[in-house]
Design a protein around this ligand. Structure first.
Ligand code: ZN
Length: 279
């Protein structure tokens, strides 16, 4: 037996087990729900750069909008760092990014500036923004922010044009909540004054939602809307109430709504069953 040949055979063995045949190798979704044909034919090259600080659990979600973002933008325009705290030793490029004066953190705190009010950038600008977005659920994003003191000194920005999410398959906590992809798309199109950035980036998401709806998925109204329509199927606990207080579009009658919802729930317990969420 020729030892060299055997050795060559061994090194050529794939390290990972082969992927199932019906999974798209690009978006890693089942072929039936692959969105790749809706991605931009050429990766988009905005002037600004997106940096995602991704919670490890987010990466595993089936319908993970950050993947659409990174497949749609040129590689150097969308950089992902994973962790529950930032920066860590392994995030070698991150400290420089966080120390740059043109780095913005998209985080809707009280003193965050509206993206709309920032100086716009174009091809003649001598500066471009780096937009840092925390990719996770609201609760995860808040914990990451609190643990990552390096983020506290960044200029904080928010999107105030609060349209409901088009990403209707995953339940958003409130009407103004957007997915990571929608947040990035909206911010980029405003900062560069290029509406096509938003439309091109959101095409795969729209296609995916259309597909899922036509195949029987429930349109997931936000919890805020379901509360107002009296269709939220559970008692409102302290955590959800706090979250709603922070992010509700109209905060004025929230206490009243929550109180009457919980009273009604206790009395009747006749709320509809929670639908199965597709995430
Ligand atoms: Zn695909």
């Amino acid at each position: 037996m020729d030892e060299d040949v055997t050795w060559d055979d061994l090194i050529n063995l794939p390290i990972d087990p082969p992927l199932k045949r019906d999974i798209c190798l690009k978006c890693r979704r089942p072929i039936a729900v692959c969105y790749c044909k809706y991605l931009p034919s050429e990766r988009l090259n905005p002037l600004c750069k997106i940096v995602l600080l991704q919670h490890p659990a987010e990466e595993k979600r089936c319908l993970h909008t950050a993947t659409i973002l990174s497949l749609s933008l040129k590689k150097e325009k969308c950089v992902v760092f994973t962790g529950k705290k930032f920066p860590q030793n392994r995030h070698t490029e991150l400290p420089d990014i966080l120390n740059s004066p043109n780095t913005l953190l998209l985080y809707p705190s009280l003193h965050a500036v509206d993206v709309q009010d920032l100086p716009k950038v174009d091809e003649t600008s001598n500066f471009y923004y780096t937009l840092v977005i925390i990719d996770g659920t609201w609760a995860q994003a808040k914990t990451i922010y609190n643990k990552s003191t390096a983020l506290h000194s960044l200029k904080q920005v928010k999107l105030s044009k609060r349209q409901g999410s088009e990403y209707i398959i995953r339940t958003q906590p409130t009407e103004g909540c957007l997915s990571t992809l929608e947040t990035a798309a909206e911010a980029l199109s405003i900062l560069e004054n290029k509406p096509f950035l938003k439309t091109d980036l959101l095409k795969p998401l729209a296609a995916l939602c259309d597909y899922q709806i036509s195949h029987g998925a429930v349109i997931h109204e936000s919890k805020e809307l379901r509360l107002k329509n009296h269709t939220y199927p559970k008692l409102i606990g302290k955590r959800l109430k706090k979250l709603l207080e922070k992010t509700c579009v109209e905060e004025t009658d929230l206490n009243e709504i929550v109180q009457s919802h919980n009273e009604k729930y206790e009395k009747t317990k006749l709320f509809p069953m929670r639908s199965t969420f597709i995430t």
